[in-house]
Design a protein around this ligand. Structure first.
Ligand code: AVJ
Length: 340
């Protein structure tokens, strides 16, 4: 399935059971309680996310794909221009996953320059193996060089090819999971790996506007089929399995709310009753008993929504100049080309 979305790897430093134990302990003992969105993406969660991307209410994936399809040649042309001696582009993709959406850009690169080196970076070796197989099989002219790495770390180990202009891809609105401060430092780290004239292509979901109601945003995170609710609750199932916790997943309700102050959709899990949850001792510390009051919540995700000014405000402090922004006809989503 060349056009099936897979789990984005956003803030996924380490999926070992110790990392899960440490994250659950820190988040669930904090007030308000939180769990990091990277915990969503176990095997079941990755599959649920793939289903989310196909929901009628979840416009993000298909809208971004539409923008990339409509403007691929122009994106590549703009990414390469401005330096006569360095017109050949190499593409690096952060959090590539299985690279399902990248094909349209790779095809445009091959049309433009005959061949292209594509370097997907991801923490998941399995996802990269799938990416490599799919791309080599379907896109002749593309050489894939996989890099297993965590791009959210400080020392971003981008294996940059000398003498070629780099186009870094960060698509899928994964940046939306980060606070503005974390997003800026992530982009600064990317910028530090690039040379002046290199480019970044950034996909971002947009906030409410005359063309986009808050209801449209809310529906994307609270679909009629209940897939997003299952995705959200799956994090508790994961903690039960990985940590031996005893969450009654039916006693937590999925909540998606629009936070206008921070311009973000928030996902929460709300306790329906007074309940106790037990987590046995593990590598991160002693056994825990958590008490939940009715209505008490666990904050599981932020999904920031942007304006043109907000995109600029992320890129400029990271020393990127905004070169061009493309939208879908309804202005639901933005794809921004920035220059290092
Ligand atoms: C993968 C972070 C872009 O925020 O829309 C989808 C994750 N959460 N439905 C998003 C998600 C609930 C998604 N990102």
């Amino acid at each position: 399935a060349a056009f099936t979305e897979t789990a984005p790897i956003s803030a996924t430093p380490d999926t070992t059971s110790h990392a899960v134990a440490a994250e659950a302990r820190a988040g669930l003992t904090a007030h308000p309680r939180t769990l990091s969105p990277w915990l969503f993406y176990d095997e079941a969660g990755s599959h649920l996310f793939e289903q989310i991307t196909q929901l009628p209410e979840y416009y993000l994936t298909r809208t971004e794909r539409g923008i990339l399809t409509a403007h691929a040649d122009e994106i590549l042309q703009q990414a390469a221009n401005g330096d006569k001696d360095k017109q050949t582009l190499t593409l690096i993709e952060l959090g590539a996953g299985t690279a399902a959406k990248t094909g349209v850009l790779l095809a445009a690169a091959v049309r433009r320059q005959g061949s292209v080196v594509y370097q997907p970076v991801d923490v998941s070796e399995t996802a990269l193996a799938v990416a490599s197989r799919n791309i080599q099989a379907n896109f002749p002219g593309v050489t894939v060089r996989c890099q297993v790495a965590d791009y959210t770390r400080e020392a971003l180990p981008l294996d940059r090819l000398p003498n070629l202009r780099t186009l870094a891809l960060y698509i899928g609105s994964s940046i939306g999971n980060f606070s503005p401060a974390d997003a800026k430092s992530l982009l600064s780290n990317v910028r530090a790996q690039l040379l002046p004239g290199d480019k970044l292509l950034l996909g971002t979901d947009l906030g409410p506007s005359p063309q986009k109601s808050i209801d449209t945003l809310l529906a994307a995170y609270n679909d009629a089929a209940g897939t997003t609710a299952a995705f959200n609750r799956n994090v508790l199932t994961r903690l039960n399995r990985d940590l031996g916790a005893d969450f009654d997943t039916d006693a937590f309700t999925h909540k998606a709310v629009w936070n206008p102050i921070h311009s973000r959709i928030e996902m929460h899990l709300e306790s329906t009753r007074h309940q106790r949850v037990h987590i046995p001792a593990n590598s991160a510390g002693p056994a825990l008993t958590l008490t939940f009051e009715p209505g008490e919540t666990i904050h599981t995700e932020n999904s920031y929504k942007f304006t043109a000014a907000a995109i600029e405000a992320l890129l400029a402090p990271a020393a990127f100049a905004t070169t061009r922004i493309w939208h879908d006809p309804q202005h639901l989503f933005a794809v921004t080309l920035a220059t290092a």
